[in-house]
Ligand binder design. Sequence first.
Ligand SMILES: C[S@@+](CC[C@H](N)C(=O)[O-])C[C@H]1O[C@@H](n2cnc3c(N)ncnc32)[C@H](O)[C@@H]1O
Length: 198
Amino acid sequence: MPRPKKPRTKEHYYQAAKKHGYRARSAYKLRQVATKHHLLKGVNKVLDLCCAPGSWTQVLLELDAGLRVVAVDLSPIKPMKNVSFIQGDITNPETVMEIEKKTEGSVDLVISDCSPKVSGNWELDTVRQLALVEATIQLAQKLLTPSGKVFTKVFQGKGFQEFLSNVKRQFHSVRLVKPEASRRTSAEIYLLASGPIR
Ligand SMILES: C[S@@+](CC[C@H](N)C(=O)[O-])C[C@H]1O[C@@H](n2cnc3c(N)ncnc32)[C@H](O)[C@@H]1O
């Protein structure tokens, strides 16, 4: 029998995020990976895809207040200092053009935490999520500097293995990481790739 889930409001990272003033508990996932994998080493400009409500951007600026951040989401976010926000769909060519304009065509790091609106149909949700991850990889290929990195959430469902093989052909280094703050029972995993092959 599955273990009963802890109510969200009692959960450790939920409480910690509230106390610390983070906009979401997912802040800790980025924080843990950024520290362990030196994500911000040599990074000046970051593209934060699917950024709302903005906790990953908060973490970026907390770790390095001098970063330039371009952040994108379908939903609006509360404005943040030094952040250039675009409200739009990352799969829409018009949004992509806006991103290219605001980043001046290059970034050192792309981070992406996209989740589609959950339909309740697991297979459909994973397919939709994978489409957002593929859009992330396309943007990373287009915008990353030669030693640039992409860090993205991906659901391990239908099409995952094929996607992974495809990304391995497109980047010099690819690894999968599971931050401690990501629930063990969740099918999400994070892909960290660097050095786009063009
Ligand atoms: C888990 S939340 C991101 C949380 C964020 N990383 C943070 O720390 O605050 C997932 C986000 O994906 C966004 N999203 C889903 N589909 C999108 C799309 N096609 N284009 C842009 N954003 C999208 C949703 O609006 C939602 O805000």
